[in-house]
Write a new protein. Structure first.
Lengths: 283, 289
């Protein structure tokens, strides 16, 4: 009896610090991640006088005027609309072309398949800085400059290879017998793909869409180079805050916070697949 | 899974091929075109051979930028990979807190890159930023616009802040795929914590870690927006990484020939290193499958 209690306290004594060290590590790490974001949020709720004259850890003079500035001025909020339009168009295009290709790579051998796959990946590795100028000239010459479709097409440069890579990983996990059974049952390729295969890899499609959204949403160099007025993304409009009288810190911070919101919403929807998705379906 | 040979699969790949040809091959050929020509304006070009390549290979400017770039990528990989693994090992395995951590950790990944730059630009300012203010109050001389060391520390901490979660999420996905039986066997053998990590967790994570290293290497090698917003490449040229230098040359000074030659060599370096990673990775894949 006495032995058992000793054992119990011993094991508890051993396991308690272990749990605590985990807690400490995670708390410190999350704090490190959230502190800069908190500081931006804090600034966005202050007036410029408070930002510049006092050093306060939380807004003393709580104000939503910075957000009101952005949400009432079309020159500001159209930036969000533009960004969302080209990100959506890009995601749709990327998935539409990547789905059949990923299926081909995951199911068949064909001439040059390995080289083709690596060549696709090399486009994910191409520095956008290399493509900025040629893109500018290409889209100007075909009359697509400053349109949403130009940015969406430009972003397929890195999103299509990534989508193929992710989808191929997920499709490999679906047993081939399913395809064969469906063909025996008289399904045509199209019907099989839409009715049977797509639901099976729905989570993979979700993850691929998430990544297309993410990389298109955060990219600035290409989207800024390819637009001037009509399709200008919010990230580029943010430079407007540098006026003659210095930088409007409050509005800049508010605009920054508003760019985080769509991402946060999307993360919430895919939270259960994030880890698998980042592994490109390969775990 | 064994695959069947089917040449008709080419038709399924065709849309991707056409799209990528439009958005990658045409622009790339434009770059190649510029790299072997010279111009006196008015859109009149003449053949310059490999002169630009020769010039760029002799220019100190490019080698300096390449050196800085390699140093930057090396440092951030050396910090982010171990730190990411460490965080993944400490993450809650399942339940509410696991999702909670996942969501919060993914947050920096979804922030537009110039906003990431802006966040750190503000955060590090001595007058209005929490980090700069605190360091200043502690008596540490910190000014990222003047001091080279401070500028480097700032962009490296920023990159660690921005991307460590990616490594952690990947490592976490690898860890979750390890069956419980492995841990139980280790317990019976009375393996130490280190041995469990070395002989069970690390080998099982190798595949995803290669993806993490590949992605982090490629992206850090192409980095432009974040350091540009924070330091603008300065003080002096201290934080002018390859992409920053390239954009300066191509869009700022409009030196098309040298910039194009630079682009091509830049792309080739990335391609070469990525090819090595990719080969290692597919070999790992094969060994497991």
């Amino acid at each position: 009896m006495a032995d058992m209690t000793v054992n119990k306290t011993l094991s508890r004594g051993l396991s308690l610090p272990k749990i605590n060290s985990r807690l400490v590590v995670m708390t410190l790490y999350l704090l490190f991640l959230l502190l800069p974001i908190y500081w931006l949020l804090n600034m966005s709720l202050k007036t410029n006088t408070e930002i510049l004259n006092e050093f306060t850890l939380f807004p003393r003079d709580l104000t939503f005027a910075n957000y009101a500035t952005i949400l009432t001025d079309p020159a500001w909020y159209m930036g969000y609309v533009n960004s969302i339009i080209y990100v959506t168009v890009n995601t749709v295009i990327s998935l539409a072309v990547a789905l059949p290709a990923a299926y081909a790579f995951s199911r068949y051998h064909f001439m040059g398949d390995k080289h083709l796959f690596f060549w696709l990946l090399t486009n994910r590795m191409a520095p956008p800085a290399v493509f900025a100028l040629p893109f500018f000239q290409l889209y100007s010459s075909v009359g697509l400059f400053d349109t949403h479709i130009a940015v969406a097409l430009a972003h397929t440069l890195f999103n299509v290879p990534l989508a193929v890579w992710i989808l191929e990983g997920f499709m490999r996990g679906v047993p081939k017998e399913i395809d064969e059974t469906a063909y025996l049952d008289g399904y045509s390729f199209g019907a099989f793909f839409v009715k049977i295969f797509t639901p099976l890899i729905a989570s993979g499609i979700g993850v691929a869409a998430f990544f297309c959204f993410m990389f298109s949403w955060v990219e600035l160099l290409l989207s800024r180079t390819l637009t001037t007025v009509e399709a200008k993304p919010i990230a580029a409009i943010m430079t407007r805050t540098q006026g003659a009288s210095g930088i409007d810190w409050g509005v800049l911070a508010a605009a920054g916070i508003l760019t985080i919101v769509p991402g946060a919403l999307v993360i919430y929807f895919v939270r259960n697949y994030i880890a698998k998705g980042f592994a490109l379906g390969r775990v | 899974m064994e695959k069947t040979v089917n040449q008709k699969a080419w038709f399924l790949v065709l849309p991707v091929l056409l799209l990528v040809a439009f958005s990658a091959v045409i622009p790339l050929m434009t770059v190649v075109n510029y790299s072997v020509q010279d111009t006196f304006g008015n859109n009149q070009f003449f053949w310059a051979g490999l002169g630009w390549f020769e010039k760029m290979l002799r220019s100190e400017r490019m080698w300096d930028a390449l050196g800085r770039q390699l140093m930057f990528s090396g440092i951030i990989l050396a910090i982010e990979i171990p730190l990411g693994i460490f965080v993944a090992l400490n993450m809650p395995k399942s339940g509410f807190w696991s999702s909670f951590c996942l969501v919060l950790m993914s947050l920096p990944l979804l922030i537009p890159w110039n906003v990431v730059g802006t966040i750190w630009q503000i955060f590090g300012r001595v007058d209005i930023g929490l980090l700069g203010y605190t360091l200043d109050a502690l008596g540490i001389n910190y000014n990222y616009t003047q001091d080279i060391l401070a500028a480097w520390v700032t962009i490296i901490v920023m990159d660690v802040w921005h991307w460590t979660s990616l490594v952690a999420l990947l490592a976490f996905a690898g860890l979750k795929s390890i069956p419980d039986a492995y841990y139980q066997a280790a317990k019976i053998d009375q393996a130490s914590r280190w041995k469990v990590f070395r002989f069970i967790e690390l080998p099982k994570m190798m595949g995803v870690l290669m993806i993490a290293i590949l992605l982090r290497f490629m992206d850090s090698f192409m980095i432009y927006t974040e350091p540009f917003v924070v330091t603008g490449g300065g003080p002096g040229n201290a934080t002018t990484l390859l992409s920053i230098d390239l954009v300066k040359m191509a869009l700022g000074q409009f030196d098309l020939g040298p910039a194009a030659a630079f682009s091509i060599m830049y792309f080739l370096v990335i391609l070469l290193i990525s090819w090595v990673f990719y080969t290692v990775m597919t070999n790992l894949d094969k060994r497991e499958g």
